[in-house]
Design a protein around this ligand. Structure first.
Ligand SMILES: NC(=O)c1ccc[n+]([C@@H]2O[C@H](COP(=O)([O-])OP(=O)(O)OC[C@H]3O[C@@H](n4cnc5c(N)ncnc54)[C@H](O)[C@@H]3O)[C@@H](O)[C@H]2O)c1
Ligand SMILES: N[C@@H](CCO)C(=O)O
Ligand code: NA
Length: 436
């Protein structure tokens, strides 16, 4: 059995993890793939640097193009990240007739439509399981396991770094900078960690998930995105008093005559499974007809969990060598010619319940005015907490939990509340989802 020859671009966290995993589980992988899968050549920006993996049997190159142009290599694994160089290397590999596996969600979310078209034109394939929710085989599950279902909605914690930071800061009382540094040390964070903190990485992943769930083209620019920066320990504590936990969710759901894509902090009832996904763990819940809800849970980042997904794709590619391209599983789960033009909706049409916090002067009538504004806007209130003023404080926090309301109504009500003289500053708003 001739080994399948693989070229890896980038020997960082995921690249090193992938080389190690292919070596450690070589026998099992060979039995599953039908042939050994060997990394024979790799591109590294600093070929002489100490690494997390052995490179004894690997030819190292400074120039990634040399690997992509090597006629012996059948599969290219792109683990450099970023958008520009990685895109041109992948397109070149596809034009050279090589299959590609990548963990690069930014690239797939932004340029996937073009990359898949190029792969199709060249009769080769692109695997990207590692791009979404790290080691969880969520793409496989949705694209193949749920193929008989109509998907209603999908919601998940899909950024390991963000969830690690939220968990450690809010529930263990650690400092933001300290926790972020640890996430970077553990290999969880993006090269630019604002992608994790600001929700951009989650939006990349949600873009991909929405396409495979609903059969729409990749549309990153339509995702409403809020990061975790505004979530304070106070809000976490108030939410807890109300029986909720705050999680950073990516949600895509059929709403009326379209699909809404959104990433934002969310209050979840504390007993729900998603509310209890902590640390670097990810979880995606999919509600489908006729199956109902299913939950996929596992490590969302890190060298070895991500390598697990990269290797899964490698084996899939090797298995597909024997198939005609038109018999393969479509990239976005639906046949390329039957993607739908169902609109992606603006946030204004989304309906959720709300957690609101305002800083109010401690004087009679303020609470009545506040609830009056909400009731005039047709927003009913589920619970109210009014705190005692801290010694010397000008204001007291008032926390309200509302029933479900359309976003535009809440926008109007919040403007009125913020205009009240007795209210200081902005209204803190966090959406509440019961999901099930
Ligand atoms: N770290 C994770 O947990 C994780 C999980 C899923 C997906 N990803 C994705 O995987 C990709 C890689 O992430 P990572 O965490 O391994 O990053 P990393 O920074 O650890 O590794 C990238 C490597 O590429 C090398 N590199 C840069 N330019 C190069 C060039 N021109 N030629 C050869 N090598 C070059 C860098 O020196 C570095 O070693 C990214 O797209 C990331 O979004 C990462
Ligand atoms: N930075 C990403 C890596 C996994 O995609 C995360 O923390 O989820
Ligand atoms: Na995955």
């Amino acid at each position: 059995m001739d080994p399948v020859k693989v070229g890896v671009l980038g020997l960082g966290t995921v690249g090193g993890g992938t080389v190690n995993l292919l070596e450690r589980n070589r026998d099992e992988i060979t039995r599953r793939a039908g042939r050994p899968v060997d990394v024979v050549r790799a591109a590294a920006r600093h070929p002489d640097r100490p690494r997390t993996c052995s490179t004894e049997h690997i030819q190292l190159d400074y120039d990634a193009h040399a690997v992509v142009d090597d006629p012996e290599i059948e599969i290219i694994v792109e683990l450099i990240g970023g958008e520009t160089l990685s895109k041109s290397l992948i397109l070149r590999a596809l034009d050279n007739g090589k299959h590609v596996v990548t963990a690069n969600k930014a690239l797939i979310a932004l340029h996937g439509n073009e990359i898949f078209a190029r792969a199709r034109a060249n009769g080769v394939t692109v695997g990207f399981e590692a791009a979404v929710a790290g080691g969880i085989p969520i793409i496989k599950a949705v694209r193949e396991g749920l193929v008989g279902n109509r998907i209603e909605w999908l919601a998940g914690i899909i950024n390991g770094t963000g969830n690690f930071i939220l968990t450690e800061m809010c529930y263990a009382g650690r400092e933001f900078g300290d926790v972020l540094a640890e996430a970077q040390r553990l290999g969880y964070a993006e090269a630019d960690p604002t992608f994790d903190v600001d929700g951009i990485d989650a939006a990349h992943k949600l873009t991909i998930l929405a396409s495979i769930a609903f059969g729409i083209p990749l549309q990153f620019d339509k995702v409403y995105t809020e990061g975790i920066g505004q979530v304070s320990t106070d809000d976490v504590n108030y939410a807890a008093e109300l029986g909720f936990r705050i999680k950073h969710l990516g949600i895509c759901r059929r709403e009326g005559d379209g699909i809404a894509l959104r990433v934002h902090p969310t209050l979840l009832p504390e007993r729900q499974l998603l509310a209890n996904v902590d640390g670097v763990m990810n979880a995606v819940m999919v509600n489908a007809d006729p199956l109902g809800p299913t939950l996929y849970y596992g490590a969302g980042a890190g060298a070895e969990p991500t390598a697990s997904a990269v290797v899964a794709d490698l084996v899939d590619v090797v298995r597909e060598f024997t198939l005609e391209p038109e018999n393969r599983v479509p990239y976005l789960a639906f046949q390329a010619h039957s993607l739908s033009d169902e609109p992606v909706l603006g946030m204004q049409s989304v309906e959720t319940a709300y957690y609101l916090r305002v800083e109010a002067q401690d004087q009679p009538g303020v609470l009545a005015d506040l609830t009056g504004i909400l009731s005039n806007a047709g927003i009913s209130i589920e619970a109210v907490i009014q705190k005692q003023p801290a010694p010397g404080a000008e204001t007291v926090p008032v926390i309200l939990l509302t029933h479900r309301v359309q976003e535009f109504r809440m926008d109007e009500a919040c403007s009125r509340i913020e205009a009240m003289e007795a209210i200081h500053g902005k209204v803190t708003r966090i959406r509440v989802e019961a999901l099930l």
